[in-house]
Design a protein around this ligand. Sequence first.
Ligand code: PMP
Length: 452
Amino acid sequence: MPTTQEIIGQDLAHLWHPFTQMKLWPGEPPLVIERGEGNWLIDSQGRRYLDGCSSLWVTVHGHNHPRINRAIAEQLALLDHSTLLGLTHPGAARLAAELARLVPVDLDKVFYSECGSTAVEIALKMAFQFWQQSGRPEKKRFLALEGAYHGDTLGAVSVGGMPLFHQVYGPLLFDVDRLPQPHCRLCGLGLSHPSCDLACAQALEPILRRHGAEVCALIVEPKVQGAAGMIVQPPGYLTRLAQICRRYDVLLIADEVATGFGRTGAMFACDLEGVCPDLMCLGKGLTGGVLPLAATLAGQRVYQAFLGEFEEFKTFFHGHTYTGNPLACAAALASLELFAETRLLEHVAVLSGLLARGLERIAQMEHVVEVRRQGLMVGIELAADKDSGLAYEPGLRMGHQVIMAARGRGVVIRPLGDTVVLMPPLASTPEEMEHLLMAVEASIAQVTEGRA
Ligand code: PMP
């Protein structure tokens, strides 16, 4: 077993970390995570940390779950990998049937890939090609929200709306029309909810009235814009978008990569408003957060447009080497069984109540300007001045300071700028939730108020 110093040495010499200014890496000695046990991560020194970010929003039933491990081991003894190009295998077929049963009606065709970005990329290409093959080739434009995040591949970046991440690639991207961000506290339309009558969603109508004939699809993170800082949409927002899309025959793509699999309190965020999109992107929690697998689901209308004789070339010419990997499918099937057996959504409802109560305390703090929550997705926004909402100087990296302070209290979390994000595993216990809340409250007090 290499020593911690040897691992860090190899890391510093060769690893380029995601979303990381490598000039500042690691700053302090990085945690070397060696083991996972339930909802805890254990470092090379044997220290334990509650996984308060679900290892980047993926962990559902906890790490090293014996049931999921066994399913993977059993699958490994049978078949490690086989392609879905021209062949099939039991896990991919069974999982597709399960997903079709779980998601809102009408989405009964499942196309696999490996990550959320590719699930989005596939949805965009499917939407585009659908219209090309449906006698409406002029429908080429995409619509997305300000502050959207849909992944890091170029199509996903095109529909993304976070200048910090996306601006530099501008010349490489396709044009996208934007809807205002549904962020009530900072309403760009200067209105307040509910008297606004969802004007931010209604803004879609004039755009489609004028340009609907050229618009291919609207992509949206349903109910919560995650990477933008857990921006929770007002009730009815999603429904309104769906209604307007229908009226103007524009496809609705629901990017449920972050919100899917119980995270928002329902199995899918779309379920919260009974919305049935035309395409749905799934990833992250699909395998319980154990192996990389993603899926893009389509309904019959989209699917039928791709059927034809060989020489018509209506095929969806897309597919990744590891598409539908059997080990990942086995993990996903075991995870879905656990959802039912452990009645996980009921547990999430209990945890959501605990979180809501704990967060009331945190919302009162001197430098907490807003707490946003939907199910087990939480954003705690810090500001230099609570009343005016004046932000901290970015160089202070207050969010980063808070998460480093939380580490000292046995919690791993990640910020989005100065928004502290909490994303505990769905199977967290009430005691673990309390530990998370206490550690976060104390860390915010320490960093923003100088309290020990
Ligand atoms: N869509 C959404 C809504 C996401 O939050 C993310 C990742 N945070 C992605 C897509 C991209 O997923 P991945 O990182 O697995 O490519």
